[in-house]
Design a protein around this ligand. Structure first.
Ligand SMILES: [Zn+2]
Length: 458
């Protein structure tokens, strides 16, 4: 057993003082007390907050984040992004995937994310390498010490109606039987520890209707609680194509045909009408919002204010990794709503409260649900995943109590995350990871080599 003492921090949605947390060898919190008289155990040097879950990641996309901001005359606005994505996808060996994921997961830990949902569609062009590519992701997560919810992705078509895949999509493909085999092998490998297995359907475009039921049945044989993620309703073009094919909007189709419940996480869900977001809220699904990527790709705005006001759950993901900072995701989520409504403090409970605190807690809880990870709150029965803020930061010069969380989310410059704990282990101390130099060196070599012949850079 280890004991940790914090002078102050966020317990539930309240600011507490003199907090003692006892952590079992398996990383779970077994005792928690506030207002303790005699501090004992390890003393943290700043306010403590529950850590954040990053519910949506495509690790290899970290390699070209920032390299796709080029517009060519006459080309579509997605041209440079798609070129970069396919170029990196084609170059991805298990070794390269591990090097990039390790750097990414290290950056996530430093930002206060302690669990990642890896929406893993890069299975490689050789079917027998699918296991090695998943293995590379797990190895990267183990190496840096982040908790992984691995979500192998089923991807079978290039458009609605089971349209044949393009050549560049070959590394993403599985037939349903191969995919189920992969799930079963991975389930055995991921048994125990901080890692979880779920699955993802790439999108309604990429998965014909008939493939949903057998894949979900196979997952349910493994666990009835395993998460199911899907990209949905990200752009209006996709909504129109879905309506033209099925007569229904994408989220409407899911609500009508699938047993949507708390296991499901709808990534983006940007373009939803009222009946759809109400349906999502009623079924207890998590809206997987990725505000910086959605802004980067020009997707649109999810109706977060109405959805949250009706009890809708949400979490955040860094998706394409143009930003790896939970605070930036939350700020942009809130600011999008403010700009659209010409209002302030939008994502705040109806009976009032702190916007930064509400955003942090709601996303931490929603992200934990979406990844089936026992985190998102500092409480008995949860895993000891937490962050300690730097109390010497100028950000906190005039703050106290819950204002500390607001200042952290809205105005912490630079990031005042100092120490990060995953399952009782300090993985970041004083802003640094013990293997940082080696991990970053390997990343630099890998990405420089792959990007050397990337057409959009020439
Ligand atoms: Zn995505």
């Amino acid at each position: 057993m280890q004991t940790h003492y914090f002078t102050e921090g966020l317990i539930g949605r309240d600011w507490a003082h003199d907090i003692r947390v006892t952590v079992a060898p398996d990383g779970m919190i077994t005792e928690m007390e506030t207002g303790v008289q005699a501090p004992e155990g390890h003393h943290a040097r700043g306010p403590v907050l529950p850590a954040m879950a990053n519910l949506h990641s495509h690790a290899f996309q970290r390699g070209f984040a920032g390299l796709a901001e080029v517009k060519a005359v006459g080309a579509s606005d997605f041209w440079s992004w798609r070129r970069a994505m396919y170029h990196f996808a084609a170059a991805m060996t298990p070794e390269a995937a591990e090097a990039i994921a390790a750097q990414l997961y290290l950056e996530m830990l430093k930002a206060g994310y302690t669990a990642v949902g890896e929406f893993h569609y890069l299975h490689n062009s050789h079917r027998d390498q699918a296991l090695d590519m998943s293995g590379a992701i797990m190895k990267a997560a183990d190496g840096v010490g982040i908790a992984l919810t691995h979500l192998p992705v089923l991807y079978q078509a290039s458009d609605f109606g089971g349209k044949a895949p393009e050549d560049a999509q070959q590394p993403f493909l599985h037939d349903t039987e191969d995919f189920i085999r992969l799930l079963k092998v991975l389930a055995a490998r991921l048994d125990g520890g901080n890692h979880r297995l779920g699955m993802a359907f790439h999108s309604l475009r990429a998965v014909p209707e008939g493939s949903f039921a057998p894949a979900i049945e196979a997952l349910e044989d493994i666990s009835l609680k395993a998460p199911i993620h899907i990209h949905v309703a990200e752009q209006t073009r996709e909504v129109e194509a879905c309506e033209a094919f099925s007569g229904k909007r994408p989220v409407e189709w899911l609500l009508d045909t699938q047993n949507l419940d708390e296991r499901w996480c709808l990534i983006h869900a940007t373009h939803v009408v009222e009946a759809e977001w109400r349906g999502m809220a009623e079924r207890g699904v998590v809206a997987g919002l990725c505000p910086t990527t959605e802004a980067n790709l020009g997707d649109g705005l999810f109706p977060a204010a109405e959805y949250a006001a009706h009890g809708g759950r949400f979490g955040i993901g860094s998706d394409s990794h143009v930003s790896i900072d939970a605070r930036e995701e939350l700020r942009l989520l809130e600011y999008g709503q403010r700009l659209a409504r010409q209002a302030r403090t939008v994502l705040t409970p109806a009976d009032g409260g702190h916007t930064g605190l509400n955003l942090w807690c709601a996303a931490a809880e929603g992200g934990a649900q979406a990844l089936a990870q026992p985190i998102g709150e500092i409480a008995v029965g949860k895993r000891a995943d937490l962050i300690v803020l730097d109390d010497t930061s100028a950000t906190f010069a005039a703050t106290h109590g819950a204002h500390t969380v607001d200042a952290f989310v809205f105005a912490g410059q630079p990031s005042p995350v100092r120490d990060v704990m995953v399952a009782g282990n300090w993985v970041i101390e004083d802003g640094a990871h013990k293997n940082e130099a080696e991990i970053t060196g390997r990343y630099r070599d890998t990405v420089a080599r792959i990007a050397a012949d990337l057409e959009v850079l020439s």
